[in-house]
Design a binder for this molecule. Structure first.
Ligand code: HEM
Length: 440
């Protein structure tokens, strides 16, 4: 009997559209032989082929997306066609909201969303200020003693203290801080591109065990009802959810806690470290921010926040946002077949001279003067765009601005040495220590 239904086994019709231009394999070979950074390969693909370009590292092409409309298409307009697959940080964050997909992700995101916007955010004000004051007191002591500090370590300590207070209601204690010093080693071991993290797991098993021990200790303390001096934290919200929603198992609570802990401090700490390195080369930017208004004024706050935005333009810590095509599609006139790995690269979009005037210049004024930055939503995306955009955007901007309002007027780090280059792992970070003494 004739039937009009297409048998499931037939391949789907290739989508319309042209083939994505692909980087000459000889150039990829040269890059591989030279042991270059991934970013060098991406920059070459972008420069030679444009804002939607392919290269082949394995049997299948990977598509690099840097043009704002194509970025918006992938992340914001068709997030169901371009999905997260096997998250690079899964071995650390398990099924937490950053890695989750489908309905599980929707439920997890809904629960956390209200905690990070509007009224929810106000709950963190006191905790952020508490952590900033602690950091400022530490810096004042360094300035008095003339002792060398490491700016990167200091920024990590502040960001960790802030998120720890927000999660548990307690300031970060030295023992927990020591155990969580394991986080950067695990983050550095994560693959830059989507891959099976199993190989990394063995190398960082001891660090993972330390992080797990901290998480289970914090969960046990919150279960005992031991809220901290700042009141209950986000962890209590997760435990309350477990009371009515069976999906919040102990495992998922651990994964969510570690996700917020890691996503909520490595990125901010790295951004603040880059900011100080950029100010070292552009000292006038600090002067201008402080001159924008009196202490506590909206003008100064806006100027300080612009320092953060310009730093994130140069070094968006999440420098690639990987997706996988869940179905055939046409992107900017090009054919994308289901199963294709797609990499959105904010790092290159943020440095595109076709979008940004003199992109190599550190110029926070782009973010305070209307009309000085490109208007397209796909042209500036340090926090991502679309439904999977950063949950902690407001939190990150607030904590960075409050810390800088405390530190900038009083201290200028005088670096003993600065890292010669960036390391492009799962986040882009300074590749080395950042020792400094503090001047007035
Ligand atoms: C400067 C600091 C930060 C930067 C640059 C940053 C960047 C990002 C980016 C680009 C994404 C989207 C990833 C993608 O689309 O693949 C993301 C997601 C996320 N971020 Fe952030 N982030 C920062 C701080 C924070 C903070 C402070 C928190 C928590 C307090 C946080 C929690 C999250 C979570 C939970 C997600 C996953 C959202 C989802 O998949 O639904 N982030 N972040």
């Amino acid at each position: 009997m004739a039937t009009h239904a297409r048998p499931a086994s037939l391949p789907s019709r290739p989508p319309e559209g042209r083939r994505v231009p692909e980087l000459d394999p000889a150039l990829v070979g040269q890059w591989q032989a030279g042991g270059g950074e991934l970013i060098d390969l991406f920059a070459q693909a972008r420069q030679r082929l444009g804002g939607v370009a392919a290269f082949r590292l394995g049997p299948r092409p990977t598509v690099l997306v840097t043009d704002p409309p194509a970025v918006q298409h992938v992340l914001a307009l068709h997030p169901d066609r371009y999905v997260k697959r096997s998250h690079r940080a899964r071995l650390l964050i398990g099924d937490g909201v950053l890695a989750a997909t489908g309905e599980a992700w929707q439920r997890q995101r809904r629960l956390l969303q209200s905690q990070f916007t509007g009224r929810g955010m106000r709950r963190y004000e006191q905790r952020i200020t508490g952590a900033a004051r602690t950091a400022a007191a530490r810096w004042a002591a360094y300035a008095r003693s003339g002792e060398v500090l490491d700016v990167g370590d200091e920024m990590r300590r502040f960001a960790l203290d802030t998120i720890w207070r927000s999660l548990t209601g307690h300031p970060l204690d030295p023992a927990t801080a020591r155990e969580l010093a394991a986080v950067p080693a695990v983050v550095a071991a994560l693959p830059s591109l989507p891959a099976d993290g199993a190989a990394a797991r063995g190398a960082v098993a001891a660090e993972l065990a330390r992080i797990d021990a901290v998480a289970s200790h914090a969960v046990a303390a919150a279960r005992d009802g031991r809220a901290g001096p700042d009141g209950p934290g986000l962890l209590h919200v997760l435990l309350e959810a477990a009371g009515t929603r069976p999906e919040y198992t102990d495992r998922l609570i651990r994964d969510e806690l570690v996700t917020l802990l890691v996503a909520g401090h490595e990125t901010t700490a790295t951004t603040l470290t880059w900011l100080y390195l950029l100010l070292d080369r552009n000292p006038q930017a600090r002067e201008q921010a402080l001159a924008a208004g009196a202490e506590g004024s909206p003008e100064r706050r806006q100027a300080v926040q612009a320092l953060v935005h310009e730093t994130l333009r140069f070094y968006p810590s999440a420098w690639i946002l990987p997706r996988c095509a869940a179905e055939d599609d046409v992107l900017a006139g090009y054919r994308i077949e289901a199963g294709t790995d797609v990499l959105v690269c904010p790092y290159l979009t943020h440095r595109d001279p076709g979008l940004w005037e003199d992109p190599g210049r550190f110029d926070p004024g782009r973010f305070t003067t209307p009309g000085r930055r490109p208007a397209h939503p796909g042209s500036y995306l340090p926090f991502g765009i679309g439904p999977r955009a950063c949950l902690g955007l407001q939190f990150a901007l607030r904590e960075s601005t409050v810390l800088l309002e405390h530190l900038l007027p009083a201290h200028t780090p005088c670096f003993r040495s600065t890292p010669a280059k960036a390391a492009y792992s799962i986040i882009v970070r300074p590749d080395g220590p950042t020792p400094a003494t503090l001047g007035g």
